[in-house]
Design a protein around this ligand. Structure first.
Ligand code: FAD
Length: 478
């Protein structure tokens, strides 16, 4: 089959009979038509369309080594630095279509799956581990361009370091092993895009301590017993004027409940093996591969912020003020630093013993940890520049009313009539202040892990040090 179009993505979704719960009711009918989901499904389908658009011939796909079909480039396991560059360009092409606002565009999870497939050596020779199944599944997903959601983290019931001493009847765990497969019972914290993908990839989170929590598998979204409980939607309404971003990119987050879900053995990649679970993250290629995708997207998102901030400055004619310039320069510094760290990670990439080209993880870890602080500041800068402009934002209907012409006149800015100015400021509001915008901030702060623990990881894994220089200076005799 190879790389799919948006039509095929929607066709497959329409056929799924997943248990998606919305406002206390099980969603019936085609999820593609539901007001909570239709906007993001449409945007995702546009991404798939770009894959097969002749204009991007060769830039969004690569030739499958097994079937010769053109398959999605985000599934590529890079072998050269040129492969890394091709991956970055493809990821950024998709990110430009969404302004980087869809953290879970399919390239994210395709990259995660490719990173696990590139790390199967961590499962070789381990008990209860099946590297060949993981590789076979990766190939199946790549050839059929499957879409994925995932869930790793346990619900926030107890985060104490001693929590594992409590009896656990909440977190998703292995409760039985049968002839058919693993039986999973309990909940997982979140699955962004839960219910709008073909598959759900379920792994234990790094640092797992009990063997019944150490597993990795993937199952179709509509597997019996899997329930996605959606939060309230952050789509304000369908109007692209009123809700320019949420109407298109609200990805939805769902709690996932597993009610004695049977995971067939051919979909179990490992189970009851804490070392395999840990090594796949720590020693495998998940962190560098995922961070390369993430940073590529975050660069584009930062460019969006830069443009929005500059447009506000132009419309309000506030460029002459020094603090305004330095606020814009804060965004520029963040953006340029991230671009440099991304390029540096590619420049310092090294092939491993299997010929897989791995981007350098240190610059990417620095970049994401820095972005966790930068992003809320970017949002704050837009608010500080936009001021009341972010509140004088009547809806589209107001411009169609008998006061429409007054509004067009009185709300005009330097280069735009009132309706055009409000459209720009509604976008800035949706980016930084609406429930959709606030979620974007929480997302960039947490989706790849707690910033505190990420910075700890940087400390613990940082390799370059000037200790030898200090010793030299201390020991040199004048
Ligand atoms: C919008 C959004 C979308 C997400 N999507 C997904 C998804 O699709 N799939 C998925 O699996 N996950 C998803 N996540 C979850 C994400 O991985 C977690 O938010 C992240 O790992 C942090 O965990 P937590 O939210 O449970 O916070 P917690 O770990 O509960 O942290 C809460 C607070 O306690 C502190 N704390 C807790 N433990 C420690 C410790 N050991 N040391 C120091 N401080 C500690 C933290 O610093 C923080 O201040 C998403 C999160 C968000 C916000």
């Amino acid at each position: 089959m190879g790389a799919i179009s948006g039509k095929e993505y929607k066709r497959r979704l329409g056929k799924l009979k997943s248990n998606v719960w919305v406002d206390g009711k099980k969603l019936e009918g085609n999820i593609c038509a539901h007001p909570y989901f239709r906007g993001v499904i449409q945007s995702q389908s546009e991404l798939y369309d770009l894959q097969v658009d002749p204009e991007f011939d060769g830039a969004m796909t690569f030739r499958s080594p097994t079937t010769g079909s053109d398959v999605g480039l985000s599934y590529l396991i890079p072998q050269t630095k040129e492969d890394l560059e091709k991956r970055r360009k493809m990821i950024q092409c998709w990110a430009r279509h969404t302004g980087g606002l869809m953290g879970r565009s399919p390239d994210y999870m395709n990259t995660v799956l490719a990173s696990f497939a590139a790390s199967v050596d961590q499962l070789e020779g381990e008990p209860n581990a099946f590297p060949e199944r993981l590789l076979r599944f990766y190939e199946f997903a790549r050839e059929n361009d499957l879409s994925f959601t995932h869930t790793f983290v346990n619900p926030q019931n107890n985060r104490s370091t001693l929590a594992f001493l409590e009896e656990d009847d909440k977190n998703a765990r292995i409760v039985k092993k049968t002839k058919e497969g693993l039986v999973i019972r309990g909940a997982k914290l979140l699955a962004t895009q839960g219910g709008i993908t073909d598959e759900i990839l379920v792994f234990s989170a790094p640092g797992v301590k009990e063997k019944e929590h150490a597993y990795g598998f993937s199952i179709p979204t509509d597997t019996k017993g899997v329930h996605f409980v959606a939060r309230q939607s952050f789509v304000q309404d369908d109007s692209s004027f009123n809700s320019p971003l949420s109407s298109r990119f609200e990805e939805m987050d769902s709690v996932v409940i597993f009610k004695d879900v049977v995971v067939p053995w051919d979909r179990v990649f490992f189970f009851e093996n804490i070392r395999a679970a840990t090594n796949l993250y720590i020693k495998g290629k998940f962190v560098p591969f995922a961070l390369h995708q993430i940073t590529s997207r975050q660069v584009i998102k930062s460019e969006l912020f830069l443009e929005v901030a500059q447009k506000i400055i132009d419309e309000l004619n506030i460029e002459e003020y020094q603090h305004v310039q330095s606020k814009l320069v804060e965004i520029v510094k963040g953006l340029e630093t991230m671009k440099a760290l991304l390029a540096y990670s590619e420049q310092k990439a090294e092939a491993d013993e299997h010929g897989i080209m791995v981007p350098s993880r240190q610059p990417l870890l620095v970049s994401i940890n820095q972005f966790q602080d930068l992003y809320p500041r970017f949002a704050e800068i837009v608010q500080l520049l936009g001021a009341s402009g972010l509140m004088t934002i009547p809806t589209e209907a107001a411009f169609g009313s008998s006061l429409g012409d007054d509004l067009k006149h009185y709300l005009q800015s330097c280069n735009r009539n009132g309706k055009e100015k409000v459209a720009l400021f509604r976008l800035a509001w949706d980016l930084t202040m609406s429930s959709f915008g606030s979620r974007q901030t929480l997302y960039e702060r947490f989706f790849f892990g707690d910033p505190i623990r990420l910075s700890q990881m940087i400390y613990q894994t940082y390799e370059e040090s000037s200790i030898s220089l200090v010793e030299k200076l201390l020991n040199e005799k004048s």
